[in-house]
Ligand binder design. Structure first.
Ligand SMILES: [Zn+2]
Length: 139
């Protein structure tokens, strides 16, 4: 059960062995995607195996940071007290230029003016020394 004082703090990702390089990349302002050296599939999710062919021969490459809104939802009712001051905000499913889709949220834009296919670009939002969150703004 969540303690009342914890509900006032936004949860943050916890880097692990599979995601440490990804989070370090974001701290440098780079969104890293995993490229399979055997089948050329590109993955957003950070794991040791290619989801397309099962290969372990994956390498990180910097994404352009450009993409389009594949889908979105505008949140009017905060999921908890920590998010109350953020509403309304837009949760985005961004299709990156390289192909993978990722969930993020909109910054520097009106959440009520988001449209499907809207071009967006990466914004690296530093939260602390370990975590920088990938967000998107209208391009
Ligand atoms: Zn593969």
């Amino acid at each position: 059960m969540i303690k009342p004082e914890d509900a006032l703090v936004k949860p943050l990702p916890i880097p692990d062995a599979d995601t440490a390089a990804f989070w370090k990349g974001l701290a440098r302002g780079e969104l890293l995607l995993l490229h399979c050296l055997d089948c050329e599939a590109v993955h957003y999710y950070q794991q040791g195996l290619c989801r397309a062919c099962g290969s372990e021969r994956l390498e990180h490459r910097r994404a352009s940071g450009r993409g389009r809104v594949y889908s979105y939802s505008v949140v009017y009712r905060a999921p908890g007290p920590a998010f109350k001051d953020d509403t309304p905000y837009a949760v985005l499913l961004v299709e990156l230029e390289e192909g993978p889709r990722m969930i993020s949220s909109l910054v520097d834009g009106d959440p009520e003016r988001v449209t499907i296919d809207m071009p967006v670009e990466l914004v690296c939002e530093k939260i602390n020394d370990e975590i920088t969150l990938p967000r998107f703004r209208p391009a």
